[in-house]
Write a protein that binds this ligand. Sequence first.
Ligand SMILES: [Zn+2]
Length: 154
Amino acid sequence: MRLTLRMENWKTIITFTQPHDAHFAKGLLESEEIETILRDELTAQVNNFYSNAIGGVKLDIKECDLIKATSILKEGGYIAESGERNRKNIEIIVLKNNTDVSICPFCKSDNIYRKKVVNPLIIFVYFFLGVFFPIFKRNYICYDCNKEWIYRKK
Ligand SMILES: [Zn+2]
Protein backbone atom coordinates (compact mmCIF):
# COMPACT_ATOMS: atom_id res chain seq x y z
CA MET A 1 0.00 0.00 0.00
CA ARG A 2 2.74 2.43 1.03
CA LEU A 3 4.68 1.54 -2.07
CA THR A 4 1.83 2.35 -4.46
CA LEU A 5 1.30 5.64 -2.63
CA ARG A 6 4.89 6.65 -3.20
CA MET A 7 4.79 5.77 -6.86
CA GLU A 8 1.90 8.12 -7.56
CA ASN A 9 2.47 11.74 -8.41
CA TRP A 10 0.76 13.90 -5.82
CA LYS A 11 -0.32 17.39 -6.71
CA THR A 12 -1.64 20.27 -4.64
CA ILE A 13 -5.08 21.00 -6.00
CA ILE A 14 -6.12 23.73 -3.58
CA THR A 15 -4.75 25.68 -0.61
CA PHE A 16 -6.72 26.80 2.41
CA THR A 17 -5.89 29.25 5.16
CA GLN A 18 -8.41 27.67 7.50
CA PRO A 19 -7.91 23.98 8.41
CA HIS A 20 -11.65 23.36 8.78
CA ASP A 21 -12.27 24.50 5.18
CA ALA A 22 -9.63 22.03 4.08
CA HIS A 23 -11.39 19.25 5.99
CA PHE A 24 -14.68 19.96 4.23
CA ALA A 25 -13.01 19.80 0.83
CA LYS A 26 -11.15 16.62 1.82
CA GLY A 27 -14.41 15.01 2.94
CA LEU A 28 -16.08 16.02 -0.30
CA LEU A 29 -13.34 14.43 -2.41
CA GLU A 30 -13.18 11.29 -0.29
CA SER A 31 -16.95 10.83 -0.62
CA GLU A 32 -16.22 10.51 -4.36
CA GLU A 33 -13.46 7.97 -3.63
CA ILE A 34 -10.58 10.30 -4.35
CA GLU A 35 -7.57 9.88 -2.08
CA THR A 36 -6.29 13.05 -0.45
CA ILE A 37 -3.44 14.22 1.75
CA LEU A 38 -3.51 17.36 3.89
CA ARG A 39 -0.16 19.05 4.41
CA ASP A 40 1.06 21.81 6.72
CA GLU A 41 -2.08 21.40 8.74
CA LEU A 42 -0.37 21.45 12.12
CA THR A 43 1.39 24.74 11.47
CA ALA A 44 -1.87 26.27 10.36
CA GLN A 45 -3.66 25.16 13.50
CA VAL A 46 -0.91 26.44 15.73
CA ASN A 47 -1.00 29.87 14.21
CA ASN A 48 -3.33 31.05 11.49
CA PHE A 49 -1.19 34.14 11.12
CA TYR A 50 1.73 32.07 9.90
CA SER A 51 -0.58 29.88 7.89
CA ASN A 52 -1.13 32.74 5.46
CA ALA A 53 2.58 33.27 5.02
CA ILE A 54 3.54 29.67 4.34
CA GLY A 55 0.65 29.17 1.94
CA GLY A 56 -1.80 27.56 4.32
CA VAL A 57 -3.07 24.02 4.34
CA LYS A 58 -2.45 22.19 1.11
CA LEU A 59 -4.84 19.57 -0.13
CA ASP A 60 -2.99 17.08 -2.32
CA ILE A 61 -4.49 14.54 -4.68
CA LYS A 62 -3.06 12.04 -7.10
CA GLU A 63 -2.31 13.46 -10.51
CA CYS A 64 -4.55 10.87 -12.18
CA ASP A 65 -7.54 12.20 -10.16
CA LEU A 66 -6.88 15.83 -11.07
CA ILE A 67 -9.66 16.31 -13.62
CA LYS A 68 -12.29 14.54 -11.54
CA ALA A 69 -11.24 16.29 -8.32
CA THR A 70 -11.22 19.70 -10.01
CA SER A 71 -14.79 19.28 -11.25
CA ILE A 72 -15.94 18.11 -7.79
CA LEU A 73 -14.34 21.12 -6.13
CA LYS A 74 -15.89 23.42 -8.73
CA GLU A 75 -19.33 21.98 -8.04
CA GLY A 76 -18.69 22.39 -4.33
CA GLY A 77 -17.84 26.06 -4.90
CA TYR A 78 -14.22 25.72 -3.79
CA ILE A 79 -12.74 26.56 -7.17
CA ALA A 80 -14.06 29.26 -9.46
CA GLU A 81 -14.26 28.61 -13.18
CA SER A 82 -11.03 30.52 -13.79
CA GLY A 83 -9.19 27.96 -11.67
CA GLU A 84 -8.69 30.42 -8.84
CA ARG A 85 -10.34 29.92 -5.51
CA ASN A 86 -13.55 31.88 -5.30
CA ARG A 87 -12.57 34.96 -3.37
CA LYS A 88 -13.56 38.55 -3.36
CA ASN A 89 -12.01 40.79 -5.97
CA ILE A 90 -9.91 43.56 -4.53
CA GLU A 91 -9.81 46.61 -6.77
CA ILE A 92 -6.75 48.81 -6.97
CA ILE A 93 -7.46 52.53 -6.98
CA VAL A 94 -4.71 54.95 -8.00
CA LEU A 95 -4.43 57.62 -5.36
CA LYS A 96 -4.52 61.16 -6.76
CA ASN A 97 -4.13 64.50 -5.01
CA ASN A 98 -7.86 65.12 -5.00
CA THR A 99 -8.89 61.58 -4.03
CA ASP A 100 -11.29 61.61 -1.11
CA VAL A 101 -10.37 58.47 0.83
CA SER A 102 -13.33 58.87 3.19
CA ILE A 103 -15.85 57.91 0.51
CA CYS A 104 -16.32 54.85 -1.67
CA PRO A 105 -14.72 55.43 -5.11
CA PHE A 106 -17.47 53.34 -6.72
CA CYS A 107 -20.76 54.57 -5.26
CA LYS A 108 -19.52 57.64 -3.31
CA SER A 109 -21.01 56.32 -0.08
CA ASP A 110 -19.28 57.28 3.16
CA ASN A 111 -20.44 54.04 4.73
CA ILE A 112 -17.01 52.49 4.37
CA TYR A 113 -14.77 50.45 6.61
CA ARG A 114 -11.02 50.46 6.70
CA LYS A 115 -9.47 47.18 7.72
CA LYS A 116 -5.92 46.43 8.61
CA VAL A 117 -4.45 43.49 6.78
CA VAL A 118 -1.11 42.14 7.78
CA ASN A 119 1.23 42.10 4.84
CA PRO A 120 2.61 38.55 4.44
CA LEU A 121 5.92 40.14 3.49
CA ILE A 122 6.65 41.14 7.09
CA ILE A 123 6.98 37.48 8.01
CA PHE A 124 9.90 37.13 5.64
CA VAL A 125 11.46 40.33 6.87
CA TYR A 126 11.12 38.92 10.36
CA PHE A 127 12.76 35.62 9.45
CA PHE A 128 15.67 37.13 7.58
CA LEU A 129 16.43 40.21 9.63
CA GLY A 130 14.94 39.28 12.97
CA VAL A 131 13.09 42.55 13.20
CA PHE A 132 9.39 43.04 13.12
CA PHE A 133 8.34 45.96 10.95
CA PRO A 134 4.78 47.09 11.46
CA ILE A 135 3.86 47.04 7.79
CA PHE A 136 0.17 46.84 7.11
CA LYS A 137 -1.82 46.93 3.96
CA ARG A 138 -5.06 48.77 4.35
CA ASN A 139 -8.06 47.39 2.59
CA TYR A 140 -11.23 49.41 2.32
CA ILE A 141 -14.68 47.89 2.22
CA CYS A 142 -17.92 49.65 1.26
CA TYR A 143 -21.00 48.50 3.16
CA ASP A 144 -23.30 49.89 0.46
CA CYS A 145 -21.95 48.41 -2.78
CA ASN A 146 -19.92 45.65 -1.09
CA LYS A 147 -16.72 46.42 -3.02
CA GLU A 148 -13.28 46.01 -1.54
CA TRP A 149 -10.33 48.09 -2.66
CA ILE A 150 -6.86 49.33 -1.84
CA TYR A 151 -5.18 52.60 -2.76
CA ARG A 152 -1.93 52.67 -4.59
CA LYS A 153 0.26 55.72 -4.97
CA LYS A 154 1.15 56.54 -8.53
ZN1 LIG B 1 -19.61 51.73 -2.46
